[in-house]
Design a protein around this ligand. Structure first.
Ligand code: SF4
Length: 244
């Protein structure tokens, strides 16, 4: 099946355990203020390849995945905008005995069936904020913004019910009020109690590495003058979100 990719790369200890084959899907409807990959936004961009090319790569790197306890990670962009292609890749990976990971905002997850969910070993789920208002503000103007919190929440619940390993990912901006961090902690703790499991929250400190991409694409970058969070702010957020 043909689908659109932005790129792919082999990474270690970033998007899931061990060495991973990261496939960056092209296209994302969200336009997050802090996105450092605006070049993945347009569904018309990227390049068209066949899912069989990815499956061949997965076969080629299987010995590395086996040695490092790694696997394949579908990321983007928003993978679920091309869920049929993702399904094919995940199905083949599972057949090969390769660990599968999905990195997603949850946009489009309402259309997934339980068979798709069974193909996932690990999901890295963005949490833009613990309220619909904050999540909408981060993801800005598009058809998905009003529902993104609810899609994320409903997808998290489906995954937990199916006992899929789940980690939340939170992009930490500087000077975030403690109140917002406590809201996230309270939201995740509630889910943990409801499903009797631990759900780690990975903190991704905001950075300016996407600036040149916005310039090259001639797109406005609303956070271009925002500093990165300080070490103290990161530690403080970790204390609240991870109790460390
Ligand atoms: S969901 Fe991810 S890829 Fe899409 S705009 Fe937000 S940060 Fe960028």
């Amino acid at each position: 099946m043909k689908f659109k990719v932005h790129s792919w790369e082999l990474v270690t200890a970033v998007d899931g355990p061990g060495t991973r084959l990261d496939i960056f899907f092209q296209g994302c409807p969200l336009r997050c203020q802090f996105c450092h990959n605006p070049d993945t936004w347009l569904a018309s961009g990227g390049k068209e390849i066949d899912t069989s090319e990815v499956i061949e790569k997965t076969k080629r790197y299987k010995h590395i995945f086996d040695t490092t306890e790694g696997g394949i990670t579908l990321t983007g962009g928003e993978v679920l905008m091309q869920a049929d292609a993702a399904r094919e890749i995940l199905q083949s990976s599972k057949k090969l005995g390769v660990h599968t990971c999905l990195d997603t905002s949850g946009a489009g997850s309402d259309k997934l069936d339980t068979d798709f969910i069974k193909l996932l070993d690990l999901v890295l789920l963005d949490i833009k904020g613990a309220t619909p208002e904050i999540a909408s503000n981060i993801t800005r103007t598009n058809n998905y913004n009003h529902g993104i919190f609810f899609q994320m929440d409903s997808f998290a619940r489906k995954l937990l019910k199916a006992k899929v390993e789940l980690r939340f990912r939170y992009v930490l901006l500087p000077k975030i009020p403690d109140e917002q961090l406590f809201e996230i902690k309270t939201y995740v703790t509630k889910l943990e109690n409801e499903f009797n499991t631990k759900i780690p929250i990975d903190i991704l400190p905001f950075h300016q590495m996407g600036t040149t991409k916005y310039e090259n694409l001639n797109l406005p970058y609303v956070l271009k003058d925002l500093p990165t969070p300080s070490k103290d702010e990161i530690l403080h957020a970790k204390k609240i979100l991870n109790n460390v």
